[in-house]
Design a protein around this ligand. Sequence first.
Ligand code: ATP
Ligand code: MG
Length: 584
Amino acid sequence: MPRIAVLPSTVADQIAAGEVVERPASVVKELVENALDAGATSIDIAALEGGRTLIRISDDGSGMTRDDAVLAIERHATSKIRTAADLVGVASFGFRGEALPAIGSVARLEIETSTEDGAGTRVRVEGGTLATVADAARRRGTTVAVNDLFFNVPARLKFLRGARSEWRAIMDVLTTMALTRRDVRFSVSHDGKALLTLPPAAGLRDRVAALWSVDLADGLVTVDDVSGPVRVSGLVERPADVGTVARRAFLTVNGRAVRDAGIVRAAEAAYRSTIPAGVRPTVLLELQLPGGDVDVNVHPAKAEVRFRDRWPIERAVERAVRRALGTEDAAVWFGAPGASSQPVFMPSVVDVELLRAPQADPAHAPLFEEHDDDRSRSRDPAISRSDEVPAAPEIPVPPLVQLRRTFISYERDDGLVLIDQHSAHERILYERFMGALERGDAPSQHLLFPITLHLSPAEAEAFDANRDLFARLGFEAEAFGGSSVLVHATPNPHPRFDAERCLRDTLQALTGDRVASAHARHERLAATVACKAAIKAGDVLVPSEMRALFIALAGTTLPAHDVHGRATIVHVSWDELERRFGRR
Ligand SMILES: Nc1ncnc2c1ncn2[C@@H]1O[C@H](COP(=O)(O)OP(=O)(O)OP(=O)(O)O)[C@@H](O)[C@H]1O
Ligand SMILES: [Mg+2]
């Protein structure tokens, strides 16, 4: 057996560097974090060849004295903590005292720094050994240049990707930093070309606009919700836009950018029934929660968090995003909504949240039916929300006009609104049927003459497999010889409802369907029956029917989207129309 030997410190540093410095992007991350920790308000980032030959980060932060600059390149030299107890709730990005020595051990490192304008220090480190310390004139702040990364570690050099893909990884890091620290000015250049200048931004939306595009930023819906101790804010994509551009995800917890698949999944779950499964929305979310509920320092690169209890936090995120998607903002606009934009269903000033109160939540009252039928309302699934929301006023309904037997239109102060009658009714029925499936309380209508349906073997099997659920939706039916069923009662969504056709089409859609969870099966069935049961384009609606549709849609949780991810509501702002007519 070979004798044991203590490793020389440069070798130990190189090994440690493997954890901190994986590729140019990790160098950029460490150096920008140091600049932020030093209180920088402006940071310039420049790189050559994807950071392989040069990474240079300049900041206007506190700078270092000569002694500190020399010390900073020693392992475990940090100004940020003194004792292990300081680790609890540490606010700085760095605290290990690892980054600079690790980088210095695998590159040619040069630090120029000054604590006040004028006299400063230049320190050079090569492959882990201090080469020179000299005077350097510069303004307050620090510039760290990393030349020839991995020049002395060929094994690591070999694993670097091409300049373009290393640069892309650097941009990912910088994007995250820029979204997190909107108060700081960043400028970015690559191979001598200035790529980005980000002035300090007032909020996330402004930063997104500067980073990507104004259009993209304008299209995002604001999230802002508090559940117990958790505050969730940020921006998410409108369902109608999902899938049209590259999808991005960004998450901070207590101001620190982290990765957390569970939280992102929870945000995505909020989109259920508004976008097709498997398509992923852009979500940019910021969580604030009491320090005791979260440990953000568990990961060596500080990129992951550990929650004391993640379930309520994921629920808070899903709820916050769902609420955002239920707002006016989430509907489709042509032309930006004016600053005066009102809630979509409100031609006058009433809090849209009140609209969602159960009394004003007629989504579950029979649409196109006399309202003295209390079977449905007394067991209204929305009643469970009554403890949350105060009583609501009557919903004022504007004059409605049907267009092309397809759309319902009306005007408001800020523009013209078009509602797709089929999509809207589908959304209403979907939410009503989901309530019925989860709680089993759908109103149905007994038929004087039962319907006999002759089913194919596959349809009969689908009926058998879903018999309970059909009953909850209001289809009372029994097997009747071989593969026939006798239907005694059906749901009653509108006078033109063709129950036989709906049941048959739904069974056809369900054949061979193997959806795992009960909830997913409910969603699938509710969406299918809603689609088949809803009024169609081409159906003429009388004014009272349009009013009923309008009121019921206002009572849904996600009025702006049907269950396939299509819009139910399209706004055209007067601004936009006037522009098109050359009036502006
Ligand atoms: N841009 C900078 N401006 C001012 N001081 C800096 C700068 N970069 C580094 N320092 C000083 O050098 C020290 C060492 O930096 P280094 O990144 O190695 O460790 P750290 O930030 O304390 O911890 P970590 O290894 O977790 O990043 C810091 O604690 C800080 O005092
Ligand atoms: Mg650091």
